[in-house]
Write a protein that binds this ligand. Sequence first.
Ligand code: GDP
Length: 279
Amino acid sequence: MATDIKKIRNIAIIAHVDHGKTTLLDKLLRDSGTLKASEMAQERIMDSNEIEKERGITILAKNTSLTWNGYQINIIDTPGHADFGGEVERVLNMADGVCLLVDAFEGPMPQTRFVLQKAIDLGLKPCVVINKVDKENCTPEEVHEKVFDLMFELGAEEWQLDFPTVYGSAKNNWMSDDFRNQTENIEPLLDMVLAHVPAPKVSEGTPQMLITSLDFSSFTGRIAIGRLERGILKEGMPISLVKRDGTIMKSRIKELHTFEGLGRKKVQEVIAGDICAIV
Ligand code: GDP
């Protein structure tokens, strides 16, 4: 559980299907030591949703969190499909930066334009990962140039066009500032996130949270997921739930959870800037 906002990073990941997102997240969770031994046994962890498996696309946005070097990095998955337009915007609102993952052979794909456009418009800092540089005949430098052109075309501002890039092979478990210089791990990617994605900005005042998605548990009931914008939430605290039509319902926080690895962890308190689930 994060207790210092400066130690939180919220990053959304944007990737075209098959460019290696699942493989990369898997390595990130393993390398950072976040995954428990039981989870280590499972291969390809992120695509747990059955429909996704069938269609091979990411539909439901999910949160993952890893701790590394004293930082909590919340990774927000984005739907790889423009059909989920409303969801894309809500999900990106939880992030302070985006990580665009691109295949070093295929380059950026038109399907990722929509989400990237939203991220740029929302003023998020982009970081780029050029993956699969182990592939024969791949062209990492050209792909980097194409990513730059794409962001320029989408109206990125100068500070966004000045994006950092790491190159590597998620499959072979390495990332590097230079694709000719293979490393031993994917830490350069984590370093890039810590160095370039800002800590969450929060406003002063009483607790306020924008609910991004809903979940349901047959044991505990309805669960609201979102990023706490202001204040501190505590278990048992009375809250007001503002519905879509503006009506206000008084309620109380039964349980609070933050994200940890692929699961959630019950906590007593959540600080502004963090992403949490409220029962
Ligand atoms: P996702 O659809 O973006 O989640 O992509 P996956 O992680 O499922 O990867 C798609 C395919 O690309 C799988 O067969 C992976 O083994 C392969 N793959 C992932 N990363 C790399 C890489 O760095 N190099 C190579 N050659 N293949 C990779």
